[in-house]
Write a protein of this length. Structure first.
Length: 569
C-alpha cells in the first residue's frame, strides 16, 4: 500500500542539467534559488494542506533540490520508488517547461496506471498544447486550484468521470479533450492556507524526508518563508505574466482577492512559532488601500513576533505608512522596483511614478528606521537602450551620493530573463510595446532552454536592443554597479572582487560560446567547455549574499509544530 494519495513533484528547469553544458548567466541573481530554479510554487504546500484537511495524504518531493544537493542522486530511481495513484507536477513558471515534461515522462514510464496532473500559470496558459503530450492526463487551470484538485481526487478515487470538476481540462475515455467551465476563482481566501506550513511539517515528519520539502538549496542555512497577502495583482507591468490584465484574460480573475488582515497575522504567528528566519510578505500592503495596510500592521504590532520582515511596495507610499511599518516590523526590509531611472521607460513598462516620488519615499523610509532598502532595476524594457541602462547606473551613483553612502540602501540590476512571461502585455501585444517574440509555443520554449548560453534562451528582443545587446549590456551594467558599490563603500572589497571575477569569467565564456556556435563543430567543441562552464555557474553570487538578512544561530524550531500536532491528535 502506498503512503501517499498524491505526490507533488517539482522538476528542475532543464531535467538533465547535470549532463548538459549550459552557461546560465544572471537569470536568478536576485532571488534565493539558483538558475536551476529549484524553488517550487508555494501553492504546492497550499494544495497539500487543503487536501490533507480533506483526509488525503499528500507528499511533496522537490526533485530539483535533491538533484542540486547531491550529484549522485538518481531522480529516475526515486520516481520509480515513489508510489501513488496521482502525481501532480507544477508547470507554474515557464522556466520549468523542459524539466516538468521530462519528469512527467518518467512518471508514466514507471507508473503507467497513475494519473498525471499539471497546474500553475504556464500550464493554464498552455493547457491545450500540454494535453497534446500523452503523459499529461489533466490540467487544472487558474491561480487557485485547491478545491478543484480535491474534487478531482474524489473522482479518481471513485473512478468516476470528472465532468463536474471546475477549471479542469482532461481527456475522456474516448480520448477527446474536455474543457470544464473555468469557474473556481475564489474571492474569499481565508479557507486557504489555514495551517499552511504546519501541514507541510507534519508531512515531512510522516515521510521522514526533510530534504524533499526544502524550497531551495540553501534554505536550511537561510530559512526565509513567505506570507501571502493576495491572489492576483492590481498592477499592469508590461513584462509580467501575473498582471491585472493577464489575470483577467488567462486566469479568469476579475479582481484581486486579499486574505483578511486577521488571516495574514495568523499566518505570520504560525511561522514565528517554528522559524526565526525572515518573513517575506508577498504583495503590496498598500495595494488594497491604506486602511487594509494599517489593519495588518496594527495586528502585527500587537503580536510582536521577532522575525525580520521583508515588505514590498509597487508604488511609493506616505511617510506615515512607512512609520507604521517600522513600529510593527522593527528593522524591516523594504523592496521597490522602479525598473529604470528614466520615468519614460518606467511609464512604458507600466509603473508611472516620478523620480521625485521615489526619492521622497527612499528618504522617508531611511528616516523612519527601515533596516534595509532594496531597489531593483531591470534590463530589457520598452524604450530602453544600452545607453539608458548605463544612465541607470549613473543614477545609482547619484542615489548613493544623495543618501550619503547609507549602507542600508541596496541597489540591484538584472536582465529580464530568460523569458518575457507568456500572457504578459508585452508577449501578447509585442508591436504595441516594441517587443519581438522569438518563441511562441511550449515546445519552442523547451528547446530554447537547452541552448548553450542564456543569451539564446531569451524569448524576446526589443526594438531598442537585440539579444546580444541585452546580454552584453547586462554584464556591463552589473559590473559597473558592482564597482560603484565598492567605490561608495557599501560592499566590501572582497565581495566586489568576487562579483567582478564572476561577471568577467561569464562574459568571456559567453563570447567563446558565441564563437563555437558560429563555427560548424558545436557538438564536438561544446562538451569540452563543460567543466569550466559548470565552475562559472557555481561562483558565489555576491548580489544574493547582499540580499540575505542576518539571522541568529537557531533558525528553526521544528519540534514545536511536532509537539502541538502530537498533543492535538
Ligand atoms: C511570489 C512570487 C515569486 C516568489 C516565489 C514564491 C513561491 N515559492 O511560490 C519568488 C520571488 C521567489 C519568485 C521567483 C520567480 N518568479 Co515569481 N512570482 C511571484 C508572484 C508575485 C506571486 C505568486 C503567488 O502569489 N502565488 C500564490 C500562491 C499561493 O499560489 P501559486 O504558488 O501560484 O500556486 C497556485 C496555482 O498557481 C496552482 N499551481 C501551482 N503549482 C501547481 C501544480 C499543480 C499540479 C496544480 C494542479 C496547480 C498548481 O495552484 C496553486 C494553489 O492554488 C507572481 C505574480 C503574480 N501576480 O501572481 C510572480 C510570477 C509567478 N513569477 C514569475 C517568474 C518569471 C519568476 C522567476 C522565473 C523570475 C526569475 N527569472 O528569477 C522566478 C522563479 C523561481 C523558481 N522557481 O526557482 C512570473 C511567472 C510567469 C510565467 N508564466 O513563467 C510571475 C507570474 C510574474 C513575475 N514575472 O514575477 N516569484
Ligand atoms: S510585476 Fe507588476 S503586475 Fe506583476 S505581480 Fe509585480 S506588481 Fe503585479
Amino acid at each position: 500500500m502506498s503512503l501517499s494519495d498524491l505526490i507533488l513533484l517539482h522538476a528542475p528547469s532543464v531535467y538533465d542539467f547535470r549532463q548538459k553544458t549550459i552557461l546560465y548567466g544572471p537569470v536568478s541573481d536576485l532571488i534565493p534559488p539558483s538558475p536551476v530554479f529549484e524553488m517550487y510554487p508555494i501553492g504546492l504546500s497550499s494544495i497539500a494542506e487543503y487536501l490533507e484537511r480533506a483526509s488525503y495524504r499528500v507528499r511533496i518531493v522537490n526533485l530539483a533540490v535533491r538533484m542540486l544537493r547531491d550529484k549522485n542522486f538518481n531522480a529516475e530511481e526515486m520516481i520509480k520508488r515513489l508510489k501513488a495513484p496521482v502525481f501532480g507536477i507544477d508547470l507554474h513558471w515557464m522556466v520549468h517547461c523542459h524539466g516538468a515534461i521530462e519528469v512527467a515522462r518518467l512518471v508514466k514510464k514507471h507508473h503507467p496506471q497513475s494519473k498525471v496532473v499539471f497546474g500553475g500559470f504556464s500550464s493554464t496558459y498552455f493547457y491545450q498544447e500540454l494535453l497534446q503530450y500523452p503523459e499529461v492526463d489533466y490540467v487544472i487551470r487558474g491561480d487557485s486550484t485547491e478545491e478543484p484538485f480535491r474534487q478531482l481526487m474524489d473522482c479518481i478515487v471513485k473512478g468516476s468521470e470528472p465532468e463536474a470538476v471546475p477549471n479542469l481540462v482532461w481527456r475522456d475515455r474516448q480520448g477527446k479533450i474536455q474543457e470544464n467551465p473555468f469557474s473556481n476563482v475564489p474571492s474569499d481566501l481565508d479557507n486557504l492556507m489555514v495551517d499552511n506550513y504546519g501541514g507541510v511539517i507534519r508531512s515531512v515528519i510522516r515521510h521522514r524526508d526533510l530534504i524533499s520539502y526544502i524550497p531551495f538549496k540553501d534554505w536550511l542555512r537561510y530559512p526565509i518563508l513567505a506570507v501571502f497577502l493576495c491572489r492576483g495583482c492590481s498592477q499592469n507591468c508590461v513584462v509580467c505574466g501575473g498582471s491585472a490584465t493577464t489575470s483577467r484574460r488567462f486566469y479568469n480573475r476579475e479582481k484581486v482577492a486579499f486574505w483578511s488582515p486577521e488571516a495574514v497575522a495568523r499566518n505570520v504567528k504560525q511561522i514565528s512559532r517554528f522559524s526565526r528566519g525572515p518573513i517575506f510578505m508577498l504583495g503590496d500592503l498598500a495595494d488594497s488601500g491604506e486602511e487594509y495596510a494599517y489593519k495588518v500592521l496594527k495586528l502585527l504590532q500587537k503580536d510582536r513576533v521577532k522575525n525580520r520582515f521583508i515588505l514590498e511596495l509597487f508604488n511609493p507610499v506616505s511617510r506615515d505608512l512607512l512609520h507604521q511599518m517600522s513600529l510593527s516590523c522593527p528593522n524591516f526590509c523594504l523592496e521597490i522596483s522602479p525598473e529604470s531611472h528614466d520615468p519614460e521607460v518606467r511609464k512604458a513598462s507600466g509603473r508611472p511614478y516620478s523620480n521625485e516620488a521615489l526619492e521622497q519615499m527612499l528618504s522617508d523610509a531611511l528616516d523612519v528606521g527601515c533596516g534595509r532598502l532594496d531597489v531593483f532595476f531591470m534590463i530589457g524594457l520598452p524604450k530602453q537602450t544600452p545607453q539608458s541602462v548605463m544612465d541607470t547606473i549613473d543614477y545609482c551613483d547619484y542615489l548613493l551620493q544623495k543618501f550619503k553612502e547609507d549602507k542600508r540602501l541596496c541597489l540591484f540590476i538584472a536582465p529580464l530573463s530568460p523569458f518575457l512571461d507568456p500572457g504578459s502585455l508585452g508577449f501578447e501585444h509585442p508591436e504595441r510595446y516594441g517587443y519581438r517574440i522569438l518563441f511562441r509555443t511550449l515546445e519552442e520554449h523547451r528547446q530554447a532552454l537547452l541552448s548553450p548560453s542564456w543569451k539564446y534562451s531569451l524569448n524576446y528582443e526589443t526594438e531598442w536592443m537585440t539579444r546580444h545587446q541585452i546580454a552584453d549590456t547586462a554584464y556591463e551594467a552589473i559590473l559597473r554597479l558592482n564597482r560603484l558599490k565598492a567605490k561608495h563603500g557599501v560592499i566590501s572589497r572582497q565581495m566586489a572582487e568576487a562579483g567582478e571575477r564572476r561577471i568577467k569569467a561569464a562574459s568571456e565564456m559567453m563570447r567563446r560560446i558565441d564563437e563555437i556556435m558560429a563555427g560548424d563543430n558545436l557538438e564536438g567543441e561544446l562538451p569540452r567547455l563543460k567543466a569550466e562552464v559548470d565552475n562559472i555557474n557555481t561562483f558565489p553570487v555576491s548580489e544574493k549574499i547582499q540580499l540575505e538578512l542576518p539571522i541568529g544561530l537557531i533558525k528553526l524550531k521544528l519540534w514545536r509544530p511536532l509537539w502541538s500536532w502530537l498533543t492535538n491528535r
